[in-house]
Design a protein around this ligand. Structure first.
Ligand SMILES: *[C@@H]1O[C@H](CO)[C@@H](O)[C@H](O)[C@H]1NC(C)=O
Ligand SMILES: *[C@@H]1O[C@H](CO)[C@@H](O)[C@H](O)[C@H]1NC(C)=O
Ligand SMILES: *[C@@H]1O[C@H](CO)[C@@H](O)[C@H](O)[C@H]1NC(C)=O
Ligand SMILES: [Zn+2]
Length: 308
């Protein structure tokens, strides 16, 4: 009892001492105290949970799952206009709820809420998930919630309430013109708590070609910012979106709420704690089915031969 009281007192003291507002590791300086990723658990105990995101994915431990069929992307081709916000932690684009996904072994139809990104800084990579320890320059999250819910707040009370599609980026020599409306708009929202309108865009412009989105990884995890709710069915696509160095650098011009450059906006990888990562691979699934049939035929032929 006493120990618990002391621990609670200590935890609340730490919270005051480190500043109640959460921040990324890159924001912690001698001049600025805020609650960095190591102590997000003081803001929300869920950040200290056992199924947190992001994680490092060890590809040799992944298993194929034939149920991970291609998604149906509804409204991804539709043009819309929307608000792009610098929320002091990242840049976020509101999405119309007419945009939906289903299939891909999801339990329901999920509707889009917003997309946002995580990045590094000049010469430093900044994806949240890593693959065999490899980090990518940037990672985009398209956040969807089960159709029956009205908000993300409602959806996170359900352990599969949220479906996030994650895309890794790679640097390429040429610019990706489809990203120009989004990247040009960043110049209007350098300051935190500002917004601008983006017009004439569709999600198709920001994701991969349809045929490249059937290869993906799947695991159960959490939101990667407080309150870190363990309510996310994660999908990470294997193919990457390409942007030029200049396009990636446009994100480094934004400012955090403390006025510093908005850089290294990612949470460190979290313990996997025995969670299994699956991959969709129609090709491998077909090959192994054929192999199984061949070996069944061979063994029955062998049985006939020895007994006959
Ligand atoms: C910290 O504060 C000192 C003195 O006000 C200032 O000179 C310095 O540039 C500040 N450093 C950062 C990283 O803000
Ligand atoms: C966008 O900015 C305007 C002007 O500062 C503000 O009135 C409005 O509430 C903001 N909208 C959102 C969604 O943040
Ligand atoms: C899409 O897949 C094709 C075939 O595997 C590949 O050649 C192409 O580079 C991929 N495109 C992207 C953007 O990854
Ligand atoms: Zn995210």
């Amino acid at each position: 009892m006493l120990l618990k009281a002391v621990l609670i007192l200590y935890a609340s003291f730490m919270e005051i001492a480190s500043g109640a507002e959460w921040c990324y590791q890159s924001q912690i300086t001698c001049n600025h105290t805020c609650t960095g990723p190591d102590t997000w658990g003081h803001i929300s105990s869920q950040c200290s949970g056992q199924s947190q995101s992001p994680i490092n994915i060890v590809t040799r431990k992944m298993l194929p799952d034939g149920r991970l069929t291609p998604f149906q992307f509804i409204g991804y081709q539709d043009t819309f206009h929307s608000i792009l916000i610098n929320n002091g932690h990242t840049v976020e684009l509101d999405l119309p709820s007419s945009i939906k996904i289903k299939g891909g072994n999801l339990a329901a139809t999920y509707k889009a809420v917003q997309l946002h990104l995580h990045w590094g800084k000049e010469g430093r990579l900044g994806s949240e998930h890593t693959i065999d320890g490899e980090r990518f320059p940037m990672e985009m999250h398209i956040v969807h919630i089960k159709q029956e819910y009205n908000s993300l707040t409602q959806a996170v009370t359900d352990s599969t309430g949220v479906a996030v599609l994650g895309f890794f980026f790679k640097e390429s020599p040429s610019a990706n013109k489809k990203y120009d409306p989004l990247i040009n708009a960043l110049m209007n929202i350098k300051q935190p708590s500002t917004n601008t309108t983006v017009t004439g865009v569709s999600l198709d412009m920001f994701v991969l070609p349809q045929e490249n989105m059937s290869k993906y990884l799947r695991y159960d995890g959490s939101l990667t910012t407080p309150n870190c709710n363990e309510a996310v069915v994660w999908t990470l696509f294997e193919d990457t979106v390409h942007l030029s160095r200049e396009q990636l650098a446009a994100f480094f011009q934004l400012k955090f709420s403390n006025g510093e450059k908005m850089v290294e906006t990612y949470r460190p990888v979290q313990p996997v704690n025995g969670r299994q990562v699956y991959y969709s691979n129609a090709h491998v699934a077909v090959v192994s089915t054929v192999l199984l049939m061949v070996s069944t035929l061979l063994s029955s032929a062998f049985t006939l031969d020895t007994t006959g």
